[in-house]
Design a protein around this ligand. Structure first.
Ligand code: HEM
Length: 384
């Protein structure tokens, strides 16, 4: 991960906008400067763009996953976002705190003995299962179906690495499952978001069936793939900095500010999703031609060396105007939930394991372009 940050800093030192080759061979502009990244995310001449391989997908599958708010512009965007926005407000989300704490405790309790005796992969044992449990409970996905989600959503965010065939196979299985879930909720509604969306779909002409599956697909992928890495990257950064873990363990009231800084310093999302220029225009000294693809480097922008102190970890930074959750109309809908999960997860880990340490010297980063993830996070409290 250090290598990734070094490269982004080097790019920023030579300018805010760069020509890059994406993994599937497409050439795109990558915006790495902080001010320019914020400007690009609200630039009306940049519209949302489907991934390049979308047109090679079976049309039914393409329509069942690509009709979400994240894939469309105004006015469709507003209509789709409004349908779920109320479920993700800070007030609504704060009510989930006791349940998130309970899920956290259930996962951490059995780790206590093991982490003292041997090394434990904190991603597999904690950072992954917690967010998946939370988003699945919100959407009413039964427990026995959750295991597949890791495979499916990993395939989604790593589509450019694994190739079209593997991506389409995972997406098809995911959509088949969503169709079953929607049918089950239609038959027997429950107190969950899926049932509420099915009622919205059936009760008015606000939502098509494909928009419904796309919405659920987005919520399930976005709702956990990122939060897993918020928790894992936060722990990784804190354990790597001399004394940072112990300092925070002794001052847990500083966790909320620390979570913001960890989101800024080593957030879970490297780049925005794809945008396309709808006309030719000048942007930050570069001519962007109509039809050009543009990506916003959120990780790079957050540590833009052109901004004083941006390369330094400051756990009490305030104000902290990072763009780890994006900016503009597509600003992360789940940010209040992600923050709450991150704060509860970190506070609980610090309280239970004040002497946690990394169990291996080097931890490998996942190769994808979209997500900033570690492959595993082996930790222990065993004295060396
Ligand atoms: C959008 C980051 C957690 C749901 C986004 C975007 C970013 C982001 C950067 C905008 C992408 C773009 O403009 O191309 C994150 C991070 C998270 C996180 C860093 C965790 C730390 C969540 C959670 C949910 C969620 C828990 C829960 C449901 C969404 C949705 C959108 C979105 C629905 C699309 C919003 C729109 O298009 O209006 N997220 N996210 N995210 N995120 Fe998150």
């Amino acid at each position: 991960m250090a290598e990734r940050h070094r490269l982004y800093a080097e790019m920023n030192r030579s300018g805010p906008v760069h020509r890059v080759m994406l993994p599937h061979g497409e050439v795109a502009w990558l915006v790495t400067g902080y001010e320019q990244a914020r400007a690009a995310l609200v630039e009306p001449r940049l519209a949302k763009k489907e991934p390049p391989f979308a047109e090679d997908l079976d049309p039914a599958l393409r329509s069942a996953i690509n009709r979400s708010m994240l894939n469309v512009d105004m006015p469709e965007h507003g209509r789709l976002r409004r349908l779920v926005a109320a479920a993700f407000t800070r007030r609504r989300v704060d009510r989930l705190a006791p349940r998130i704490q309970q899920l956290t405790d259930e996962l951490l309790e059995p780790l206590a003995g093991r982490v003292a005796a041997t090394e434990v992969d904190l991603i597999a044992e904690f950072a992954y299962p917690l967010p998946i449990a939370v988003i699945c409970e919100l959407l009413g996905v039964p427990e026995n179906k959750r295991e597949n989600f890791r495979k499916w959503s990993w395939a989604d965010v790593n589509a450019s690495v694994i190739g079209l065939e593997a991506y389409a196979e995972a997406a098809t299985a995911f959509v088949d499952y969503l169709h079953d879930l929607i049918a089950a909720k239609r038959e027997q509604p429950a107190d969950d978001l899926t049932s509420a969306l099915v009622a919205a779909r059936d009760g008015s002409d606000q939502l098509s069936e494909d928009e419904l599956t796309s919405m659920m697909y987005l919520l399930l992928v976005a709702g956990h793939e990122t939060t897993v890495n918020l928790i894992a990257n936060a722990v990784d950064v804190l354990l790597a900095q001399d004394g940072a873990w112990a300092h925070l363990a002794s001052a847990p009231e500083r966790v909320p500010a620390a979570v913001e800084e960890l989101l800024r310093f080593n957030g879970p999302v490297q780049t925005s999703t794809l945008r396309v220029a709808v006309e030719t225009f000048e942007f930050a000294g570069t001519t962007i031609d109509a039809g050009d693809t543009v990506l916003v480097g959120l990780l790079a922008a957050n540590r833009d060396p052109g901004r004083p102190g941006a390369q330094v970890l400051d756990l009490s930074r305030s104000p902290n105007q990072h763009i780890a959750f994006g900016h503009g109309i597509h600003l992360c809908l789940g940010a209040p939930l992600a923050r709450l999960e991150g704060q509860i997860a970190l506070t609980s880990l610090l309280a239970r394991f004040p002497d946690l340490r990394p169990a291996e010297d080097e931890i490998l980063a996942d190769p994808g372009l979209l997500i900033n993830a570690l492959r595993a996070l082996p930790v222990t409290t065993r004295p060396t």
